[in-house]
Design a protein around this ligand. Sequence first.
Ligand SMILES: [Zn+2]
Length: 279
Amino acid sequence: MGVAKAVSIALLFPLFLHSTLTSSSSTINYNNNQDIQVSAAARQLQQYEPNHEVHCSRERSRAAWKIIEEYLMPFVEQEKYQISHKCRLHPSNDMFREQEQHKTQVDVNEWRCGFCQKMFHAENYLDTHFQNRHQNLLNDTHDRCLADLCGALHCDLVDESKQRKTKCNPAAAAKNRHLCQSLADTCFPVNEGHSTSRLHEFFLRQFCDAHSCSGRHKPFARGGRKRSSVFYLAISILTLMLLPIFYGIVYLYRREMRSGVHDLKRISQTGIGRKTKPT
Ligand SMILES: [Zn+2]
């Protein structure tokens, strides 16, 4: 019995050793694979490095676009004014515009590339895909970076990733104010008619006045598209809800009054009747 046990151990041991060795070698292989994947990714990055000369932030450009759409365009549309291509706020001067327009959010976690129909779980993956696969569509020239106008447009107010500065820097405020005023001058030249001068004035009040450390003027002082529409929607819903209640109360009140008058008439009539009977 003892001999048989010893033999079985002797036979099994190499098997055990082999299995442990193969498992460890497989982990080594796995690590190697990972290394290969990592180095492939690095190579891919290096491959895109020469193209990777875009010195314009997509996120900041998006924040600037959001501000233009919300706090400028409603007023420009109201004046039926066409912003010229010379103005840096014109859509053609945003290098990311074409890519951003080819972005579709299908569901909460589903984003589609409009160029090749590929799907992504998050917007930033699609951004990386644009950067890697469709970068040829970017016409990267210095004056087409909307993010460069962020100082004038108060992008920090809509960019959630940016922490707002609590301390005001007078030199930075003056620089932003200057940029802001030059935008007003090039986009809405004062000598080109009434609507342009009105928009020029509006632009200064809406964006430029707040570039001071006095704290007297707030950015977007004239309001925007989103806030007003939400406000009007709330007011109209409230009115629609309160109107039937108001008429209901009026109707009930009048009915009560009428029946009260009837009762009074009946009481007075019977009263008169009683009074007249004894005499
Ligand atoms: Zn694509």
